[in-house]
Design a protein around this ligand. Structure first.
Ligand SMILES: [Zn+2]
Length: 1043
């Protein structure tokens, strides 16, 4: 292709298309999930290697005496006794499969000739295309049609009021009741809970979990008799009960900000003057405002004349065109934003705009202030289960109208009392109605089993290759340093597995003098020796854990074992965690070679540059299937890949993708040769180990009647139509969804979107975090364009393009990206502009659209003509899918600053630190000069390019060198010098780093250093060997638009 990125002229234009498979909401054949597995005969489970027949306690209590040999007290701890492979097995115990057949439940211990039966089609994810993953092909790859016109049928999957029609009408108030909630996360909660009888059968706990989360979070809770009837206290109807005391209400912030007033993030909060009654939000017309659109926003820009439209300060999301009383209550766009801040009232109008409609979410983001409500009454719409929010309307003091389905609901008596103001009769001033982002402490009705304890299992590759990288030292040290900071409580459990060609378990039973290694060499049919001693209470066995972490790095130093049985190790880890759920952290350094899940090299270096024929799809469904089993048992798998060679991340990544985990990638990790990666891993592990975590989570997104959600992007499994299953949720994960307008919104002035994330905190509390976003509905194309959010649009397009790359091809995806710009700007030109001026006329809101799409074409995920390695490309695609928008945009269109002349002018002042704010520069070498120094922030990497004639002042006062030639070839740290220049530069760089959860490495680049190519690669506006310059791209777009 001579002009990459440009669709062949005359060819059928390709566009991104609503993916009709993977994660679309079109009914999951796996709806019942691995529950079915549990219902299958144990033999089938066994033969598949995943035993789903799990009980609440460890299912396979193998008496130690059946293990062979038993008496030997291994002493691997003494590193002197450890020597080559043949010996390291010695200190540990090699466990032979015990000859057990007596207990049918311990199916995994069968060693007999159990026939390997295939899963029945209905339960075999391989046999039935999975509609959950956007990385995988759907059932039928739809023809390459324009996505704007082709939404999968959503008739029965409308997201609003999911159970409304099927629910029996009930008299009285059906809101959750005034059942007193015990807010502590200790075992007493569990006891209460068990007494309440919601679920006492832990044997099929997993089944209950499966079938009922939907009902708890979803629409059917009250229609579930076993939940209401089994607990008489719960069935008390609020509508008839008058609590004698005000509800226990607590409006707390996280510990660091305890005592601060409640607030919805940056938005003013607390008691608001906004009057809800009698006229609610929906009575305010969007046209009343229009104030938020500044004059400039209405401007039409000719991009060929005004190319430099990049603002000098970070681009802010557009402010929805709402009355200020509503807008000030709206959700922070960092958490929840829409590609179109003005919603077209019909699908026809949306089709005309040729812009994608969707939401981008960062639902579990770390927040400085978060209102938390502990109340026995969580007020939700009786029809659609929407949580009461700032955008409902109060018809009077006793009735509120749902802003999603318009049902009129009663205000529960308890809700009449406002604990903030201590006034009765002000339901509209309750914190739930004043904060678009709020967290509820969930009463026991929101639990299907006792909240699970935090469980952390670490799985380490200890093959020769792994030992060579020296990563174990770093990781074990990091774990030792952060052991007390792991989120959790007295119930926290921890365990370790290592593997090469065999699998090694570590008994950490309290009372042992030292950890005990158990080796299972049968990787064909893995079983768990001593399951009760392998995942142990962290507090009780802390010394043993520390002992193990200190010894582990030395244990395998002389190994010659090169094989990697990753698949069997994952199966073992899954079995170990199944009874509880939790987080599995896997470190892998090479292509797995043994047992199930073994992979073959597929990368052909000479095909790297080709946009076709590259292996973006997994070569086996093993990792996906196992991930789905994990999801069913509330286990998430995080993969740390540290590999210099091709490791088939396209296949391996599935283990994290479908289990709601994350992928971390450190290419060419080596403890000596690559100190920068070592530093990066340490910093990122620190964050990983100590950040907040939510367990056994589900998320549902609801929207106003008439809108419909049809495709989800991110790491999760779609359970029951639109319920995202998130065995773990972490604060660094982003999600996106695509939407369509299913029914005309002509009678509606405002629409709302609400995400609800139900999770178990590391303290064992069940919590619900709710975000609600409100947007105006518009009837003209011009208004749709005016409200376009170009970053959100680019982010959603990137997600769609990843799907497209996988289901069709990379070049299809690239063409579709280009066409997205052409189509929308053509629509603008032909339908909005009255006089056809020459040039490339764009609405001000989309002035950066061509630039961002060009940046996407040059991003690692979608670029061509480079030496991008396959795993690096796949990793970039994983990042597109899993990163919150703000980081995705930085990776795509980095920020460039001149830093050799930093001043305090316009600086931020944070905690007595002065942080300079240099202006943003366009990404073009035109902006560089040899007498300066320029910092490029590309998200995961910072590059400081120093020009040849850079001033002496910067060299000596910031870099600490006397002249240019003395700048070290590899410099990844700035010295802390006692000069104002040094202080400013370091303050700025630290501030940039503090903005994100991962650790960007800093490279100082001299003019002749090899890293300069990477720096220049990010100069999006410049021409490269294989890609157009920004100006050429604009000309091409103009040509197509004016056709
Ligand atoms: Zn409703």
């Amino acid at each position: 292709m001579s002009q990459p990125g440009i669709p062949a002229s005359g060819g059928v234009p390709t566009s991104l298309q609503a993916q009709n498979g993977a994660a679309s909401a079109s009914g999951s054949p796996y709806t019942n999930g691995p529950v079915q597995n549990a219902l299958m005969s144990s033999q089938v489970s066994v033969s598949q290697g995943y035993n789903s027949q799990l009980s609440g306690s460890y299912p396979h209590p193998i008496p130690a005496k059946t293990l062979n040999p038993v008496s030997e007290q291994p002493n691997y701890g003494d590193s002197q006794t450890v020597s080559p492979l043949s010996n390291y097995q010695g200190p540990g115990r090699t466990i032979n499969r015990p000859p057990v057949a007596s207990n049918p439940v311990t199916g995994s211990l069968h060693s007999g000739p159990v026939p390997r039966m295939p899963l029945p089609t209905s339960q075999n994810p391989a046999a039935t295309p999975m509609p959950s993953g956007s990385f995988l092909r759907g059932a039928n790859i739809p023809p390459p049609l324009n996505w704007q016109y082709n939404y999968p049928s959503t008739g029965s999957q409308t997201n609003h009021c999911p159970r409304a029609s099927s629910q029996p009408t009930r008299s009285g108030n059906t809101n959750l009741t005034s059942h007193q909630y015990v807010s502590s996360g200790d075992p007493s909660l569990q006891n209460n809970f068990i007494k309440s009888g919601i679920t006492s059968n832990t044997n099929n706990g997993s089944m209950v979990v499966h079938n009922s989360y939907d009902e708890i979070e979803g629409g059917g809770f009250l229609a579930t008799p076993q939940l209401t009837n089994k607990n008489p206290t719960m069935s008390r109807s609020v509508g008839y009960s008058y609590p004698s005391l005000p509800p226990g209400y607590q409006n707390t912030a996280p510990p660091s900000t305890a005592g601060m007033p409640p607030s919805s993030l940056n938005y003013p909060s607390g008691p608001q003057a906004f009057t809800q009654a009698p006229f609610g939000a929906s009575h305010l017309t969007a046209s009343m405002s229009g104030l938020s659109l500044h004059q400039e926003g209405l401007r039409v820009v000719n991009l060929l004349q005004e190319r430099n439209m990049l603002p000098s300060t970070p681009l802010q999301p557009p402010v929805p065109n709402l009355h200020e009383d509503i807008q000030k209550l709206n959700c922070n766009p960092e958490l929840f934003r829409c590609t179109l801040t003005s919603i077209p009232q019909t699908q026809a109008l949306l089709n005309k705009a040729k812009l994608p409609l969707g939401l981008l979410l960062h639902p579990f983001k770390d927040l400085v202030q978060l209102p938390v409500v502990t109340s026995s009454t969580i007020v939700r719409c009786r029809s659609c289960r929407t949580y009461i929010n700032p955008f409902v309307s109060f018809l009077d003091q006793r009735r509120w109208k749902c802003n999603l389905c318009y049902r009129v609901n009663d205000v529960p008596e308890e809700f009449m009392y406002n604990p903030l103001t201590r006034v009765y009769g002000e339901p509209h001033r309750r914190p739930e109605v004043q904060n678009a982002t709020i967290e509820f402490m969930a009463p026991s009705e929101y639990m299907l089993r006792p909240p699970q304890p935090p469980v952390y299992l670490f799985v380490f590759d200890v093959s020769h290759n792994a030992v060579e990288t020296g990563y174990l030292n770093s990781v074990c040290q990091s774990l030792l340093d952060n052991l007390d900071l792991l989120p959790g409580n007295t119930r926290t459990k921890i365990g370790f597995i290592t593997f090469d060609s065999t699998i090694h378990f570590y008994s950490l039973q309290e009372g042992l003098s030292q950890p005990q290694m158990l080796i299972v060499s049968d990787i064909e049919d893995v079983f768990i020796p001593m399951p009760e001693n392998l995942l142990v209470n962290l507090n009780e066995s802390k010394e043993l854990v520390q002992d193990l972490l200190k010894t582990l790095p030395q244990m395998f130093t002389k190994t010659l074992e090169t094989q990697s049985a990753l698949g069997p190790a994952l199966q073992a880890a899954f079995k170990l965690m199944s009874p509880t759920g939790g987080r599995m952290t896997v470190f892998q350094t090479q292509l797995p070679t043994l047992g199930v899940g073994a992979l073959k090299p597929r990368e052909e270096p000479n095909q790297r540059s080709s946009a076709k024929e590259i292996h973006l799809t997994p070569s086996t469904d093993f990792y996906k299937k196992l991930a789905l089993d994990c999801s069913g048992q509330q286990v998430a798998v995080d993969l740390f890949l540290l590999s210099g060679q091709y490791s088939d991340l396209a296949s391996l990544g599935c283990i994290s993708r479908y289990s709601a985990g994350s992928v971390y990638y450190y290419p060419s990790y080596h403890h000596q040769h690559n100190p920068v990666q070592v530093q990066k891993l340490q910093k990122e592990l620190q964050r990983y180990l100590t950040r907040k975590i939510g367990f056994e989570a589900v998320m549902r997104i609801r929207c106003t009647k008439g809108l419909s959600i049809h495709t989800f992007h991110g790491n999760f499994f779609v359970r029951s139509t639109d319920l995202l299953s998130l065995p773990n949720v972490n604060p660094d994960a982003g999600y996106a969804v695509q939407m369509s307008v299913e029914e005309s919104l002509t009678d509606t002035q405002l629409v709302s979107f609400q995400s609800a994330l139900l999770y178990t905190s590391s303290k064992g509390e069940r919590r619900i975090r709710v975000h609600t976003l409100c947007l105006p509905v518009v009837s003209t194309l011009n208004e749709v364009f005016l409200g376009a959010d170009v970053q959100a649009i680019s982010g959603l397009l990137a997600n769609m393009a990843v799907d497209r790359s996988v289901t069709a091809s990379l070049s299809d995806a690239r063409d579709a990206l280009v066409n997205a710009v052409i189509d929308s700007l053509s629509a603008y030109r032909s339908s909005v502009l009255s006089n056809q001026q020459p040039g490339l006329m764009v609405p001000f809101s989309l002035r950066l659209f061509p630039l961002f799409v060009l940046a996407l074409l040059k991003q690692k995920s979608f670029q061509t003509g480079t030496n991008a390695r396959l795993d690096e490309r796949i990793f970039a695609m994983c990042q597109v899918k899993n990163q919150p928008l703000v980081y995705l945009m930085l990776t795509t269109h980095p920020s460039l600053y001149r830093v050799d002349n930093l001043s305090d002018e316009g600086a931020l002042n944070i905690n007595d630190r002065t942080i300079p704010q240099p202006p943003l520069l366009q990404l073009s070498v035109e902006k560089l000069s040899r007498d300066g120094a320029f910092l490029m922030d590309a998200g995961s990497v910072l590059m400081l390019w120093v020009g040849k004639n850079c001033g002496q002042n910067f060299l000596s006062q910031v870099l600490g060198v006397q002249n240019y030639a003395l700048i070290p070839q590899t410099m990844t740290d700035l010295p802390e010098l006692d000069t104002p220049e040094s202080a400013r530069t370091i303050a700025f760089i630290s501030w940039l780093r503090d903005q994100r959860p991962f650790f960007p490495i800093l490279y100082v680049i001299r003019d002749e250093s090899p890293m300069k190519a990477n720096f220049l690669q990010n100069m999006v506006e410049d021409r490269t060997e294989s890609a157009l310059s920004y100006y050429e791209f604009l000309l091409h777009i103009q040509q197509q638009v004016n056709k």
